[in-house]
Ligand binder design. Structure first.
Ligand code: SAM
Length: 333
């Protein structure tokens, strides 16, 4: 099966496969923190509807980002509370400002969502009324050159969502052998030229030629040949693969899905938005346990046509939502 590429790599209005231009570099320091955290929330209404937010309910948003879903939940019912997780300190800072008017109805947690259960235990929360996840990276994480996630902007080869800890993509490249690196590029990027690319990256690293994202792209293009007119940039799949590996995105998702049955209360809803097929497959599999989950829809929900027109990122979003029904009483959709 062909893996769907993460369209989060696509920048609005910038087709993949075009060469880098200076004007795409982003740096308007005088903007406020919230303005700078310019992320358009995907399927905001669909998520709020699926969660059936109620007064007095406690909800977890495990991917706070710019705070769009949290804000929608808090606005949907006056007495609702949100526990908001993000591993990115910049996202937490921006969302704190955006959600300040909700006061203590929102609790911010700087943690990876693989630690969901431990963090909720520390807050004295056993079960929650609902949970949402909007997986992957935010637009600012992709857009800010210093995060190193985009081959369109010159930055360090970092790619960490949580810049306070963990190995960077450059550490990964340094520490892995050619075959291990190739396996990552193949598995998480579905890149059939993975061996050639891995060898070229390691060669560039060995020759001390790998300092920035543009150096990394150059090493990839050396192995693949140049961009074909109108085609996908040859660095797309490798950048996606390295980012997934650096942030252990699939390990995080597996841990989150495993924690859901011990976290959501019966009749509570888990709503998960994924952006590529590796993630969607995991979510689908988890919700197939009909002794635990009753999916709200048989097929994943997509963003409306209007939203897809307005926000290119939303085109590959798939929302799967399911009611926690531990006795298996949920109706088949
Ligand atoms: C797509 S954005 C969320 C956007 C948000 N729903 C909004 O509307 O503004 C994903 C966010 O989740 C965070 N994230 C991704 N994986 C995470 C993980 N394993 N643990 C905690 N946060 C994570 C990222 O740092 C990023 O800020």
């Amino acid at each position: 099966m062909q893996m769907q590429l993460d369209s989060q790599l696509e920048l609005p209005g910038v087709p993949l496969g075009v060469e880098l231009h200076d004007e795409w570099t982003w740096g308007e320091e005088e903007e406020s923190l919230v303005d700078r955290f310019n992320h358009v929330t995907v399927m905001r209404d669909e998520v709020t509807r699926a969660l059936a937010v109620r007064d007095g309910g406690v909800y977890v948003d495990v991917t706070l980002g710019g705070g769009g879903h949290s804000e929608a939940i808090l606005a949907a019912a006056e007495g609702a509370r949100v526990i908001a997780f993000d591993r990115d300190l910049a996202a937490l800072a921006a969302a704190r400002t955006r959600l300040a008017s909700f006061g203590d109805r929102v609790t911010f947690v700087h943690a990876s969502f693989s630690g969901l259960r431990a963090q909720l235990d520390a807050l004295g929360i056993s079960r929650v009324s609902g949970l949402c996840a909007d997986l992957g990276v935010s637009s600012p994480q992709l857009d800010e050159a210093e995060r190193g996630m985009s081959f369109r902007r010159e930055g360090p080869i970092d790619m960490r969502m949580d810049t306070s800890r963990g190995d960077t993509a450059l550490d990964l490249i340094a520490n892995l052998g050619d075959d291990e690196l190739a396996d990552i590029i193949f598995r998480y990027g579905d890149e059939r030229r993975s061996r050639r690319i891995a060898r070229s990256i390691k060669r560039a690293y060995g020759a001390a030629e790998l300092h920035t994202t543009l150096d990394l792209r150059r090493a990839i293009v050396r192995a693949t040949g140049p961009v074909r007119h109108g085609g996908v940039d040859p660095a797309t799949r490798t950048f996606q693969a390295l980012r997934i590996a650096v942030n252990d995105e699939l390990g995080e998702l597996t841990a989150l899905l495993a924690a859901l049955p011990a976290t959501v209360e019966p009749e509570g809803v888990a709503a998960m938005i994924s952006f590529h097929s590796l993630e969607d497959r995991e979510v689908k599999r988890a919700f197939q346990h009909r002794d635990l989950w009753a999916p709200l829809t048989k097929k994943p929900q997509m963003a409306s046509e209007d939203e897809q027109t307005a926000n290119a990122r939303s085109r590959s979003a798939k929302l799967r939502a399911a009611v926690f029904s531990p006795a298996g009483e949920g109706d088949e959709p």
